[in-house]
Design a protein around this ligand. Sequence first.
Ligand SMILES: NC(=O)c1ccc[n+]([C@@H]2O[C@H](COP(=O)([O-])OP(=O)(O)OC[C@H]3O[C@@H](n4cnc5c(N)ncnc54)[C@H](O)[C@@H]3O)[C@@H](O)[C@H]2O)c1
Length: 358
Amino acid sequence: MKENPNMSEKMKVAVIGCGSIGKAHAASYVVDPRADLGAVVDILPEKAEALAALHNSRAETDYRTVLQDDSFQAVSVCTPNDLHAPITIEALEAGKHVLCEKPIALNVAEAVRMCDTARHHSRVLAIGVVNRFGTAVNLIKDMIDRGELGRIYHVSFQQLNHRGIPGLGGWFTTKKRAGGGVLIDHGVHFIDLILYCAGQPAPRKAFGVTHSVLARDIPEYAYVKMWAGPPDPMGVYDVEEHCSGLVLTDGPSISFDLAWARNIGQASSHIDFLGEKAGIRLQYLGNFRVYSFKDGVLYDSEPSYRTENLFDEEISGFVRSVLDGEKSRADIEYVLPTQKILDALYASAEQGKEIEIH
Ligand SMILES: NC(=O)c1ccc[n+]([C@@H]2O[C@H](COP(=O)([O-])OP(=O)(O)OC[C@H]3O[C@@H](n4cnc5c(N)ncnc54)[C@H](O)[C@@H]3O)[C@@H](O)[C@H]2O)c1
């Protein structure tokens, strides 16, 4: 890592995993003037070849080819969740800087090993908590930091879909590959975004409940939205499609409802920040409204601003941390508390009791 930015220096990088998110990383590397997309890797050669052809890059089927190549400085790990820890640790040990997709890993124990390996080898390890790079999210964080909302005492969020379990029967719904269902898939983004905006309060306790009801009979599952592939009738479904929870932190309390699928045909996706002076409703990945009160008058306004591409911002942040030594706002150290909350919520749901977080 260097102290002084050198704008002509380039970071040679490979994307490992050419699925939906690997494609997004690749597209952002090719528009970053200081990144060189040297290779794209997938165990399925047709996926690697298609993405390589799109970006005039090189296709590989074994990520170790890249790890053994000294010309690469960095990799993006965009594989299913169970491969985050092993590939990231191997890459760090091979001297690469890593941007690993969210969630960090299947659990905190793996996440801590990843963090320790990055520190031991003095390498950047950033996590794909992409909302930390969102324009609206950063405007809200700045307003909270300036005290414009007063003390934030509670944050609630909802991410509710009618029938949208991703890749039913595939890795997303197989616990040993994904670590869990809607909580580790969607919840991770919301919880991390809230901790970021609230100034990284330490999590203290969590109580969660999970439900796995609507897709137990995969061939019977009717859906209105299906991403990550059609249902595999012979596949596994042993994760939750619904999760509700309450988290206590040193700052605001957090409550939520999450559902990939439920018997209500209305979708909902927002976060409410409740402050003593004002409140904000953020539509997830969208705009926000500010609700305030002064001199007996209620105000309600929707700010206008220019938004940047989330993934382009995330990738250029990663390039800056590798080439310029700028600490990433998505450094694994900042994201570990999010993973601790996920683990505690799953433990609580399993044990039927509140779990302390240390
Ligand atoms: N940041 C976000 O908003 C966001 C959105 C979607 C997914 N994700 C995360 O990105 C990761 C991938 O999700 P996805 O939706 O792209 O999944 P996906 O199933 O579409 O893609 C995963 C790809 O990894 C490949 N792969 C599997 N094992 C491999 C290996 N050993 N070496 C190389 N490639 C391998 C698969 O063949 C597949 O093409 C997950 O961890 C997911 O949680 C993040």
